[in-house]
Design a protein around this ligand. Structure first.
Ligand SMILES: *Cc1c(COP(=O)(O)O)cnc(C)c1O
Length: 399
């Protein structure tokens, strides 16, 4: 794909009130009206450039949302206080009691818990399937199905979703395709492959500084307007509003996202190749041996690589823990969950998110308790990092 999301964002110029190049931060929960008629009208429908109350919309959130819509090539977008609220509000907008969701069996732990434990309390059921098996997916569709939910690059095996094939299915059956693109901003643009709703945890790569939690929903205007409808919109009524100060700092960080993603991807590929050559089982969609490699050639945006996430299998949970302790001591990075930081972060996804999958299927999928998930940092000297990492695996007797 020759699409360049960075150019899209850079073409969006914001002129501040005083000509400032960073738009002023709107430090206000409410807005004045010049006449009472406008207020009544605004309760009925959106009026361009008019604000009512900050939980509904505020200018700082609008600037960030507009930039993200450009990046994701959707008509509109909304920002939220977390990735989870972006996911939850979108699902509640799409589904009512009695409806069904088809979701990938390997999704982020919080999303899995939402689908598996919380939404059934409201009569919304989820069927978890292997999205790579299209016949399985199609067989799971019923007249109650509303959407297919997937991550563009999944946790923990970094499987790449076949978005063109999945959107073929959703279109044929009148469903929506909802994609969590948190692992691959700029690398993959799901809307260009038929996704209807693209959600993000801005907490990760997009913000990139691990100093806040935030989320986004990118979709068409009708969907975003419905989410913020004053009488029925989940975002408006559940109220996960993002603070204006955070919106403003996120927008500033967004402007270096392309450079950071390029470096995260370059460093991750270097480590994936080096660790794999050293004989370790490595999962990275930029390695020709990975099952998502061919699909990445087809759907990823040229120039952004294969993303900054890498998984290495240390065999057992004990060995994974030993390697991670050594990597932290060797200053490779931090033993911490989350991703997208300037420094490398690593953790063991272990049993937690995939515990529902039967043992034989886990083995067949290549899921192991020894997996170490690594969010590769922006290291300038990545050769030094590879040497340190190999030392940690060697000291643990794995190479
Ligand atoms: C972190 C994460 C989320 C949840 O986002 P929060 O900002 O923590 O609420 C959702 N999906 C994926 C893939 C994530 O990594």
């Amino acid at each position: 794909m020759s699409f360049d999301p960075a150019s899209e964002i850079q073409d969006y110029l914001v002129f501040g009130e005083y000509g400032e190049v960073n738009p002023s931060i709107n430090d206000s929960s409410t807005y004045t009206f010049l006449n009472p008629g406008t207020m009544a009208e605004l309760f009925e429908h959106e009026i361009e450039g008019c604000f009512l109350y900050s939980r509904h919309w505020n200018p700082s959130n609008k600037y960030l949302a507009t930039a993200l819509a450009r990046m994701e090539q959707t008509e509109s977008a909304q920002v939220t206080a977390s990735g989870m609220s972006a996911i939850a509000c979108s699902l509640l907008q799409l589904c009512s009691s009695g409806d069904e969701i088809i979701a990938s069996r390997t999704v982020y732990g919080g999303t899995y818990a939402l689908l598996k434990n919380l939404l059934p309390r409201f009569g919304i059921q989820t069927r978890f399937v292997n999205l790579a098996e299209l016949e399985q997916v199609e067989a799971a569709i019923t007249d109650r199905t509303r959407l297919i939910y997937t991550e563009s690059i999944s946790n923990p095996l970094l499987e790449v979703a076949d978005l063109p094939a999945l959107s073929g299915l959703t279109r044929a059956h009148g469903l929506k395709l909802m994609v969590d693109n948190t692992f691959s901003p700029m690398v993959i643009t799901p809307a260009l492959h038929g996704a209807d709703i693209v959600v993000h945890s801005l907490t990760k790569f997009i913000n990139g500084t691990s100093d806040c939690v935030a989320g986004a929903i990118c979709a068409d205007k009708a969907f975003i307007n419905a989410l913020s409808d004053v009488n029925s919109g989940p975002s408006m009524l559940l109220g996960p509003v993002l603070d204006s100060f955070r919106s403003a700092s996120l927008l500033k960080n967004l402007h270096s996202l392309h450079i950071r993603m390029q470096r995260h991807s370059r460093n991750a590929l270097f480590l994936a190749e080096g660790l794999s050559e050293a004989g370790l089982p490595v999962f990275y969609p930029g390695l020709p041996a990975h099952n998502g490699y061919a699909l990445m050639q087809q759907i990823s945006n040229a120039g952004y690589g294969y993303g900054g996430m890498l998984v290495v299998d240390a065999g057992t949970a004990e060995q994974a823990n030993a390697v991670m302790a050594r990597m932290q001591a060797a200053e490779v990075g931090y033993l911490a969950v989350s991703l997208g930081f300037y420094k490398t972060l690593f953790s063991a996804p272990g049993h937690s998110t995939s515990s529902e999958i039967p043992p034989d299927e886990r083995a067949q999928m290549g899921l192991s308790d020894g997996m170490i998930r690594i969010s590769v940092g922006l290291d300038e000297d990545i050769e030094r990092t590879l040497t340190r990492m190999k030392g940690c695996f060697a000291d643990s007797g794995l190479i």
